[in-house]
Ligand binder design. Structure first.
Ligand SMILES: Nc1nc2c(ncn2[C@@H]2O[C@H](COP(=O)(O)OP(=O)(O)OP(=O)(O)O)[C@@H](O)[C@H]2O)c(=O)[nH]1
Ligand SMILES: [Mg+2]
Length: 383
């Protein structure tokens, strides 16, 4: 897939629920997982937090987990209970409103003013056939192309032209800048006919860094475009002007229709991309080794629980929280003595009952787990 457009027409994604258990000890069938395909570069967010980041082809992640099924009555059979009338409810599956965001993962991002020749460059060096025209804002959505150079290749993203104020929404705004955020290297194209190339360069640089400060330090190659038919002296003058504001950056003069300077630019880009990727891999390796992480095992976290006495306006409530006990409570059928007493047994086994009495709870005290409330010990008028 290349875009997220399908999700606009199908915004709700829902897997099938599992089936109920049946007579004669048959389990309910589990629901089939719902697989959703997304383009590479898709980020999934939940309440603003990134919960999945798809950067590689074939990568999979569980975005929403189905609820565990309840145990059927066969599970509760014992030597003394031959026909138990107890069965659990299945748990609810995870439900949430998520956000999908697509960031292209190109090696090179083309930036520059409208009409600078970005799409023309891409069309000449790659297999892409973007629209090209003699007016500003020809490109309205990003184009991707693969350019072969020597024995390797580069994935190049061409985005709509930027103008002063783009980072605040002018022109086509910053909507497309996120596509260059994750490119390894930028190729900054400047029209050689621009009267003040240094200012043109700085304007774009300013918009890039206003959008994301890290873009200011992104490795970058600069190319003066449309230089065929231009005086060598004039080209040198423009190059010198650029050097005053971008001394440490490689600067080339190119012509897309005349095919001059293109190989040199691609070669430079390839070297930089390789270096940038290597640097990133090294940094990630340091992160992995350098940071000691102390955490509870997931089993320990699951078993942990907490008891709290709440003095509410009309009653005193003892609230019990904890992953495992809340999970048991959700699966309990509160409409039956058997179900509720089993939950009370589990609380005893986990030591929660003891903690509740230590905290002052009596037999008829109100215990709350999640949304459910019940008394600590079975009461005569319970049902
Ligand atoms: N002479 C000459 N013209 C060029 C060159 N590169 C691009 N052009 C012309 O410049 C105009 C703009 O080219 P585009 O490639 O559409 O420019 P762009 O940067 O993609 O523009 P936007 O999509 O609007 O941001 C077209 O008329 C191209 O033919 C070049 O190297 N030499
Ligand atoms: Mg274009």
């Amino acid at each position: 897939m290349n875009t997220l457009v399908d999700f606009r027409f199908k915004p709700e994604l829902k897997a099938q629920p599992g089936q109920s258990g049946a007579k004669r000890d048959r389990h309910g069938r589990s629901g089939d997982p719902l697989y959703v395909k997304v383009p590479m570069g898709t980020i999934v967010k939940r309440e603003g937090l990134v919960i999945a980041d798809f950067t590689e082809d074939g990568q999979e992640a569980v975005i929403a987990r189905g609820g565990d099924g309840g145990f059927g009555n066969a599970h509760f059979k014992s030597s003394v209970r031959q026909a138990p009338r107890i069965a659990e409810k299945g748990e609810e599956g995870d439900t949430f409103e998520g956000e999908l965001e697509l960031k292209l993962l190109a090696d090179v991002g083309l930036v520059g003013f409208p009409n600078a020749g970005k799409s023309t460059f891409l069309s000449v060096v790659s297999n892409a056939r973007p629209e090209i025209a003699d007016y500003a804002f020809t490109t309205l959505t990003p184009n991707l192309g693969v350019a072969d150079i020597d024995d390797g290749s580069l994935l190049i993203a061409d985005i709509p032209g930027l103008i002063e104020g783009a980072s605040e929404g002018k022109g086509l705004g910053d909507a497309f800048l996120r596509h260059v955020e994750r490119t390894a290297v930028l190729l900054h194209l400047i029209d050689a006919y621009e009267s003040d190339v240094a200012k043109a360069y700085q304007t774009i640089r300013h918009e890039l860094s206003s959008y994301n400060a890290t873009l200011a330090d992104r490795p970058e190659v600069i190319a003066l475009t449309k230089t065929e038919g231009l005086d060598e002296e004039l080209i040198q003058m423009q190059m010198e002007a650029l050097k005053t504001v971008a001394a440490d950056r490689p600067i080339f003069a190119i012509s897309s229709p005349a095919h001059t300077g293109l190989k040199e630019v691609l070669r430079e880009l390839r070297t930089m991309v390789t270096e940038a990727r290597q640097k990133k891999a090294d940094e990630e390796a340091i992160d992995d080794e350098g940071m000691p992480v102390i955490s509870l095992s997931s089993e320990q976290v699951a078993k942990a629980w907490h008891v709290e006495k709440l003095e509410e306006s009309d009653q005193i409530v003892y609230r019990v929280t904890g992953h495992k006990i809340e999970k048991f409570a959700r699966r309990t059928n509160f409409d039956t003595h058997e179900g509720l007493n089993r939950l009370r047994d589990i609380m005893k086994k986990m030591g929660i009952h003891h903690a509740l009495t230590r905290a002052g709870a009596q037999g008829d005290s109100v215990i709350r787990i999640g949304q459910d409330e019940f008394s600590l010990v079975e009461q005569k008028d319970d049902f």
